[in-house]
Design a protein around this ligand. Sequence first.
Ligand code: PMP
Length: 322
Amino acid sequence: MVHLVSDEHMNPAYLWLNGEVLRWEDATVHVTELGWSTVGAVFEGIRAYTSMDGGELFVFRLNEHMERFERSTRLVRLRTGRSVAEFNQIIIDLLRVNESMEDTYIRPLAYTAETGNKRFAQVGSDAAVLINTHPMATHLLTGMTMTAKVSSWRRISEDVMPPRIKNLSNYRNSSLGTTEARLDGYDTAIFLNTRGTVSEGPGSCLMMIKDGVLITPDVTSSILESITRDALMVLAREVLGMPVVERQVDRTELYTADELFTCGTAAEISPIVSVDHYDVGHGQIGPVTRRLEEEFNNVLRGNEKRFAHWRTPVYAGAAVRS
Ligand code: PMP
C-alpha cells in the first residue's frame, strides 16, 4: 500500500503573492490573518509533467484549471482582479523563475485577507491570492494500488456546501473520511452522497469498468467537476474506443465492478483493488486501467500529438493558451 501524496514537501525558491514574485522565506502574512480568512478560501491543484526526453515541462490543462478557479471565486463571491489569461501567464512565469524541471504541483489559493467583522458575509471581498509550487512525483505505472472503505461520512451535498468547486472548507469532509479509513486499516475512503449513491473519493473522482463499459457518477452526484475525469472519459472513448456512461452508481456496483480506480490531479489514476474487503475483479490492476495509465502518461508527457491542446509548454516560449 502506498499513500497518494508524499509528505515530502520541497519548497520552491519563489512563490507568487498578490502581484509579486517573492522569495519563499519573504512571503509572510500577519498572524492575525489566521483563522476565518480561509473559511471562504478556494484553490486549484494543477500538475506539470516533464517531457519524455526531459527537456520540457508541460502544464496539464492549465486553462481549464484556471477557468475552474475563476468559477470557484465567483461562487464564493471573491474578487481576484485578474483574468484567467493573466493567471495562466503568471503560473508559467513562476515555473520559469523557479527553473522547475521536474514533475511539479501548482496550487493557486484565493482567500479573504481582511477578517475583522466579515466573518460570514462575503460579498464582493477582494481576495489575497497565493500561488505556490512544489515537486510532486508521479505514481502512474508504478504498480501502486489502494484498498478502500465506503465511508460512514457522506459527501457534502449541494444544499449544504458547493461540492462542484474547490472550496477549502469542503476538505474537512475529505479529511474526516480519510482519517476514518486510515484508522480502520484502509488506504482511502469512498463517499456516498446524501441520496445514498456513490459520489467520489476524498480528493478524487471515481471510475469503474463493468463489462467493457466505463461508468462514472454524474456531475449531480455531489462530485467536484474534475478535469482529470473529463480527460479520461475522452481518452476512453476516443483512444480505447470504449463506451462511457455518466450516471448514478449504487454502492453494491462497487463490489461487483471488474475494475475500479480514483482519478484526479494528485490521484492521477489510482487503482483500487478492494472495497470493504470485496476484491475488485481479480484483486489486482485490471487491463483497462493499465491501458488508461499508459495513454494518460503519454498525453501528460507529450508523447503523442492528438491532445497537444491540453499541454502548455513552460519553456518553449509559445504563447499561453487562453
Ligand atoms: N474531487 C475532489 C474533492 C478533489 O479535490 C479533486 C482534486 N482536484 C478531484 C475530485 C479531481 O479533480 P481534478 O481532476 O480536477 O483534479
